[in-house]
Design a protein around this ligand. Structure first.
Ligand code: UT7
Length: 335
């Protein structure tokens, strides 16, 4: 079996910065509430007309990742695109990236696992490389949340949290046995499917039905989150799935050099940090600046951490995520 290795990473966030104070002009909220409950100070939102979409932000992040990996774009054999906010209902955003990057006929596939989407995509790519089927895979996590949020007081429990942005990486066949992805661990619990969801428009609530109802109070086309239930499950599942990865590799928490958690809530990251006895330098957080960018959050954070020199050769890097589905997962990487 082959081993896979990250050979290039990139990120892109829109320029338009929305601070907590900016949000107070739109809804009944406060900088203090948002900061205290989530750790978020600002986030980026696409500005109407700036040309950014989920797919095009993914393209921008991908170009950087491909350049840093040193491969030719035509050496990419598979594109995996993780998002909950695709440009179109169909086709997926992976094929739009393929079009924009002008890569002729490699397969492109979208992954629908929300906050865990990037880890699901990384795991999927790892399997394709392990079996020898592909040598270079482009993985993208990107979200345009801002266009679909209820930016009134009614939606404040969800809308203040989410931001737009994209991250990408190239996963390649490794020539070394020692470095690369050690293992990935994926879980879902469908009984909580509706606890963090966006249910309309959908094939259950088809567009003509919603349009005919013309109901301004219909919130089904905005995301819904049972925040406290999600929070409680998140802290348990994050811990479990990190432990699962460590045990699989006969490792202990003190061997972690860098934990990059999905940026859901700073309080969740801090809980995990404490639980695993990690220092501030061993956990990378950027939710303060970008909010929760769902599938984009881990690759954006990884890129920033790497650019800042916080991930060094030989480090044990642990990724972990939890979110809608519920879905969760982890990945252990020897850098
Ligand atoms: O990435 C996917 C995974 N997502 C997560 O992991 C998110 C997990 N959940 C959370 O992070 C938290 O539950 C939230 C940050 C979403 C909410 O924090 P909370 O401490 O659970 O607040 P709450 O929902 O219990 O609301 C407390 C109060 C309520 O008012 P009352 O009923 O106590 O009067 C809310 O109406 O805070 C109110 N509230 C707000 N106030 C000001 C809710 N949102 C806001 C807001 N500004 N934006």
């Amino acid at each position: 079996m082959y081993k896979s290795k990250i050979t290039g990473m990139g990120m892109y966030v829109p320029e338009n910065e929305i601070t907590n104070r900016d949000l107070t002009a739109l809804m009944d909220t406060s900088h203090e509430w948002i900061l205290e409950r989530t750790g978020i100070e600002s986030r980026r939102h696409i500005k109407k007309g700036d040309g950014n979409t989920t797919a095009t932000m993914g393209v921008k992040a991908s170009r950087i990742a491909i350049e840093r990996s040193g491969i030719d774009k035509n050496d990419i054999e598979l594109i995996l695109f993780a998002t909950l906010s695709p440009d179109y209902y169909f086709p997926g955003s992976g094929v739009i990236v393929q079009k924009e990057l002008d890569i002729p006929t490699c397969p492109a596939m979208d992954i629908r696992n929300q906050c865990s989407g990037f880890i699901y995509a990384l795991s999927t790519a790892d399997q394709f490389i392990k079996t020898g089927m592909y040598k270079n895979i482009l993985i993208i996590g990107s979200e345009n949340h801002s266009g679909g949020l209820d930016m009134t007081t009614r939606g404040r429990g969800v809308s203040v949290i989410f931001g737009d942005g994209a991250g990408a990486l190239v996963l390649s066949r490794s020539s070394s046995e020692e470095t690369g992805i050690l293992s990935t661990h994926l879980h879902s619990e469908g009984k909580y499917a509706e606890e963090l969801s966006l249910i309309g428009p959908s094939t259950r609530r088809w567009v003509p039905e919603i349009m005919a109802a013309n109901d301004a109070e219909d919130t089904s086309y905005y995301p819904y989150m049972n925040g406290q239930l999600v929070f409680k499950n998140a802290v348990v599942r994050f811990s479990e799935v990190i432990m699962e990865g460590l045990q699989e590799n006969q490792m202990t928490p003190d061997q972690i050099d860098m934990l990059i958690p999905h940026q859901a809530n700073l309080r969740i990251s801090q809980f995990i940090q404490k639980k695993f006895g990690l220092t501030d330098d061993q956990v990378y957080n950027n939710i303060m600046r970008y909010g929760n960018t769902t599938a984009g959050s881990i690759p954006i954070a990884m890129t920033e951490a790497w650019e800042a020199g916080k991930i060094k050769s030989g480090d044990l890097v642990v990724l972990a995520a939890f979110g809608s589905g519920f879905t969760w997962g982890s990945a252990l990487i020897r850098w």
